[in-house]
Every structure is written in C-alpha cells, then in structure tokens.
Design a protein around this ligand. Sequence first.
Ligand SMILES: NC(=O)c1ccc[n+]([C@@H]2O[C@H](COP(=O)([O-])OP(=O)(O)OC[C@H]3O[C@@H](n4cnc5c(N)ncnc54)[C@H](O)[C@@H]3O)[C@@H](O)[C@H]2O)c1
Length: 303
Amino acid sequence: MTSLEGKSVVVTGAGGGIGRDLALAMAAAGAKVLVNDIGTSVKGEGSDSAAAQKVVHEIRENGGTAVASTDSVADWESANRIIDAALRAFGRVDAIVNNAGILRDRFFFNMSVEEWRAVIDVHLNGSFYVSRAAAAHFKAQNSGCYVHMTSTSGLVGNLGQANYSAAKLGIVGLSKSIALDMGKYNVRSNCISPFAWSRMIGSIPTETDEQRARVEKLKSMETSKIAPLAVFLASDAARDVTGQIFAVRANEIFLMSQSRPLRSVHRAEGWTPESISSHAIPALKAHFYPLDRSQDVFSWDPL
Ligand SMILES: NC(=O)c1ccc[n+]([C@@H]2O[C@H](COP(=O)([O-])OP(=O)(O)OC[C@H]3O[C@@H](n4cnc5c(N)ncnc54)[C@H](O)[C@@H]3O)[C@@H](O)[C@H]2O)c1
C-alpha cells in the first residue's frame, strides 16, 4: 500500500536539501519522478541547471526513472511547463510536492517590497501555480495528492521572517482549501512542516560553545528524515489522510493543531469598549498565547 509503483510524482526544489531526499525516496518507492529545480542560492539569486540534472542521475544510477525540469515555480507559465513536462514524460501525474523555497530574512521594519514579493512568489504563489496547473488533470483522473512544505516560522512564529511566515501560513490555507474543493475528486492535500539541517538553516552562527553545541544537535535533523512521511502521503495507504498539518523533526512526527475557538464570552446586551476592557479581556486573558517563537514551543533537543 505504501508502494508508489506506477505513480508519477513532481517534486519542486528537488535539486538539493530536503527536496533531493524526497525525490530519491519517491523513486526508491517505485515512482517516476520529475525533479524540478532552478538551482538557485538560498536567497533565490542566480540559477544552475546542473542541480536538477544531478539528482536525476542519482535516481537513474539507483535504477529509478526521473527527468529534470529547470522551470521556476514562481511564474504561472513556467509552473505549467513543470506539470506539462511530467505529463509528457510519464503520461500522468499522481502527486505533487511543493517544496521549492528561498529566504530573504529581514526585520519587518527594514523589509523591502522586493524581499516581500520574492518570498511570497516562490512559496505561496509558486505553490498555488504548480498546484493549480495540475488541478484539471487531477480532476479528470479522479485522484491526486498534494504535499506542501510549510514551516513553524508561520505556524508558531519567528523573528525577521514576516515574508516567509506569511507565505508559509498562506500555504496552510491553500492546502486546506484544495482539500475541501477537490475532496469530491479523491484529491488529497496535506502540509509537512519540516525541521532539517539544510543550507537554509546552516547559516546559524557558531561563535560560542553553546552555539556550537546547539548546531551539533541540529545536525541530527537529517534532510532524509522528512521523506518517509511524504512517500506515505503520496501512497494509496494515505487515501483517508487529507487537510492535515504534520511536522517532522529527526525521529519525531507531530500532528499540528489547527485554529479553533478557545474560549468565548457573551453579554446579552452586547459589548462596549469599556465592558470589553473590564469583562471580556480579563476572562480571555488567561488563554492568550505568549509571543512564542518556534524554538520556544519545540524547546527540547531533536530526538
Ligand atoms: N530546512 C528546514 O529546517 C526547513 C524548515 C521549515 C521549512 N522548510 C521548507 O522546506 C523546503 C525545502 O527547504 P530546504 O531546507 O531543503 O532548502 P534548500 O535551500 O536546500 O532547497 C530549496 C530548493 O528550492 C530551489 N528553488 C528555489 N527557488 C525555486 C524556484 N523558483 N523554482 C524551483 N526551484 C526553486 C532551490 O534551488 C533549492 O534547491 C522549503 O520550502 C523550506 O521553506 C525547511
């Protein structure tokens, strides 16, 4: 049931990091894989067609089937070319992993419009473009699976990542909407929030002993640890799993919460700013969330 034999999978941003391991694992499970990557820097500057091709070689060397695509996810026309390339090469698409990503970290008060747009374009718009490009095919086929990479920077919070956090939380809304709109066509959509030691987080400073010890522990969050859940989600064994948000950190898998009312207050005569101040807020305050960052919630070492 967890075999991907006969299936065709598109993995974006599969030329390195988490995406490369996702592509290798999908192929090892029997899928034909379209390896998409523009081969850019963490900031999304420059491109190198060798990145996708290298992973295609690796898959072929292991006896698998793969083709490369160097089109960007961040543009509607080129996102369509990614799906077209998979359909041309394999005749079908069964699963899409929206994994491509860049970072342009900056404190909100200094963030430029360009930094905002670049990150929204790759993560949020890119996930929409690639997903939407395959939607008609999935509908006609009466099956399909989306896996989108989100982040605890969006789900929980992080400093200096307003663009990234907004994009990653937007992806959660996109995924849930796809799950709702396409459920009747047996199309599933789920998110994975990965923690992995990739070049994306590899730039953490290691100046003090404490920082060095922390980074050593972070290295146990291998990129390959994300792949088994993605393979499972793409498989028929996951046919009842949709609209969920998972997180993976080394050997831990989490099911993440989704927003629901926590507590309510009611006043028959309605509210005034004064009664909100004297009654509603004191009643609700005990349930306020602290200004947590991801590392405050995931406060123990990776296991
Ligand atoms: N590493 C982590 O701990 C972590 C945490 C949370 C979320 N994520 C998410 O996981 C995904 C993979 O991250 P990673 O850590 O492997 O980073 P990475 O930088 O190693 O890989 C990202 C890949 O995406 C490619 N890419 C960038 N822009 C592209 C575009 N427009 N079109 C196609 N490909 C493009 C890059 O060339 C790169 O190979 C990202 O979506 C990231 O936001 C990672």
